[in-house]
Design a protein around this ligand. Structure first.
Ligand SMILES: Nc1nc2c(ncn2[C@@H]2O[C@H](COP(=O)(O)OP(=O)(O)O)[C@@H](O)[C@H]2O)c(=O)[nH]1
Ligand SMILES: [Mg+2]
Length: 332
């Protein structure tokens, strides 16, 4: 099936088409950039929500409950779960699959996990493409679950409208988040596992840190801290309310336009990084004829890695120049 048929399928609401397009994005397949150019014309309607936090805090459980809550509001939902540890097992998806079983049968819910291993690299670019695909697939809400800054290559705060940072009480999780840099970037904080006796203290810790940050940045939005018990569906309605108010804030303040620009910029960077690094890898593979051109026939010709990198960059530039001057096909 070519990408044009997949696009027709996508715009007709076929999940299999959305799924195959996301696979194309993961593999950086032939025809993907042409498909994405078309897809972009149909984006810009979804509210993109990031759910980030350390492994085990309950992101997947919370995501599942959020999906149900948004469905109860008649919003269609797409979920992208980034799980670098186990990309291919559907089982890693959203934690407990049995809990999610009823969602999987709902046509208005689309769930997909993506991983770092095995693909063509560039999880960032693939994730952004997947978000756009689900946006064009007319999902009102797109939730991206990721373990966040420092632990994967995704700069999730640049991809989403609303970022929910999930922590849990005990074990100094808030402090860990500060270290990982994710406490800096949340629009909303969820202290999950609030059934734990130290929940109130965890909330106070986070509120204290937000206060410090707010004074420093003089921000218009004061990130709320919400207590949730995802496994018991407690606090979810409040979290949904906060997510909705954040979106309204973005729209009313006009910041949504800045978010759009920020995301496009991140997308452009990720496309460039992915393309250039793939090409550079190709050039540096010993199988490549160009490798010999660059380095000569013996390793003695390699003076130092900096000189070699200059050579590779020059070589890439001339490749691109030749292609642009050529038949007008898409640049890879
Ligand atoms: N006590 C308690 N356990 C929870 C809560 N939410 C999730 N869990 C459990 O925490 C574990 C990790 O949850 P999961 O959603 O997979 O976390 P993730 O790694 O952040 O996606 C699972 O065993 C969940 O059942 C909660 O509110 N309270
Ligand atoms: Mg998870």
């Amino acid at each position: 099936m070519n990408y044009k048929e997949l696009l027709t399928g996508l715009f007709n609401g076929e999940s299999s088409a959305a799924s195959r397009l996301i696979t194309m994005a993961e593999n950086r397949s032939q025809g993907l950039s042409e498909a994405m150019k078309e897809i972009y014309k149909h984006t810009g309607n979804a509210h993109i929500i990031g759910i980030t936090g350390a492994p085990g805090v309950g992101k997947s459980t919370l995501t599942g409950k959020l999906v149900k809550a948004f469905r109860a509001l008649s919003r269609s939902v797409g979920v992208i779960a980034i799980d670098p540890s186990s990309p291919f097992t559907g089982g890693a998806l959203l934690g407990d699959r049995i809990r999610m079983a009823d969602l999987v049968c709902d046509r208005e819910v689309f769930i997909r996990s993506m991983g770092t291993r095995g693909g063509a690299g560039g999880l960032a670019v693939a994730t952004n493409d997947a978000i756009s695909i689900l946006d064009a697939f007319k999902k009102d809400i797109i939730i991206v679950e990721t373990i966040g800054v420092g632990q994967d290559e995704i700069e999730i705060d640049k991809f989403v409208h609303t970022l929910v940072v999930v922590t849990m009480p005990g074990g100094g999780d808030a402090v860990q988040c500060v270290k990982a840099g994710i406490l800096e970037i949340g629009d909303i904080y969820a202290v999950n596992k609030a059934d734990h006796p130290e929940a109130q203290r965890a909330v106070a810790d986070i509120e204290f840190m937000i206060q410090l940050k707010k004074v420093a940045e003089n921000k218009q939005w004061k990130p709320p801290v919400v207590m949730t018990v995802a496994i018991e569906n407690r606090g979810i309605d409040i979290l949904v309310e906060k997510i909705k108010s954040h979106y309204n804030f973005l729209v009313d303040s006009g910041i949504i336009k800045l978010k759009y620009i920020q995301r496009v910029r991140a997308q452009i960077m990720s496309i460039i990084e992915n393309r250039l690094s793939r090409r550079a890898k190709e050039l540096l593979s010993e199988k490549c004829e160009q490798y010999k051109l660059i380095f000569g026939m013996s390793s003695e010709d390699i003076t130092d890695p900096y000189t070699a990198a200059d050579l590779v960059i020059r070589q890439l530039c001339s490749q691109y120049m030749n292609e642009s001057a050529g038949n007008g096909n898409e640049l890879k």
